[in-house]
Write a new protein. Sequence first.
Length: 235
Amino acid sequence: MTSADHFDGRGSQTLARGVKILRALQSAPEGLSVADLVRAVGLHRSIVTRLLTTLEEEHFVERTRTRAYRLGLGLIALGKAVRADLRDLSEEALTALAGLSGATAVLVLRDGAHAVVVSVVEPLGSDLRLLFRLGSRHPLEQGAEGMAILAGNPPREGERPEVTRAREAGYVVSEGEIMPGTWGLAVPVMSADSRSEMSVGVIAAQALDEAKTFKLVKEVALSLQARLDWADELR
C-alpha cells in the first residue's frame, strides 16, 4: 500500500485523489502521461484513468498531441473567481507598476505555510513570459514574495537572515529562488493590526535598480493597503 492509499475518513477519498492528480499536473505544464501520473500520485493505473476521464469531461484536464495530460481550460473560469475582490482592487495598481518597472507585477497571498499568487500583470510589449501564474504556490521561506509576508510579521526563531533584514529595510530581494535566472523584489502589504498576509512585488529577468524599484513597489503596497482598509470599512 502506498502513502496515497492512506485515508483518514474526514473527507472524500475520490476528491482527494483527483486533487492529487491536478497538483501533479500543476508542476508539469508540458503534460504527463498516464504512467507518469501513476508514479507521481501512487495510485493504480485503473483509478488514475477513471479520474482523468471525469476531469477531462469537466475540462479540468486536456490531452496534448502526444496524448499526455495537462491542466485544462476549465480551471481558468474557477481561478478567476478566487479572490476576485483582491484582483479587482489591485489590477490598476499592478498594471501601473508593471509599466513603470518594466517587470512582471504580482500580488501574493498567504495560505498556511505557502505563498499563493492571486494576481499577475505583465508589462506591455514584453517578450518575457514567466511561469509565475495565477494559483502558483511556493513555501513562504522561498522567494521575495513569501519572505516579504514573513517580514511583515513578528520575528520567528530560526527565520532566514533575509527576513530579519527585510523587517528593517522594508523589502526583500531574491534571485533565482522560484525560477532560475530571475530577480525579484517584494514588499509586505500591512493590515490594520500591523500584520501581513500578502505582499506585492516585481519579477524580472535581470536585476533592476533596487532603490528605484523599492520606491515603486512600496507605493503600490501602501495604495493597496489603503484600499483594503477602505473596503473592510464598507463590509
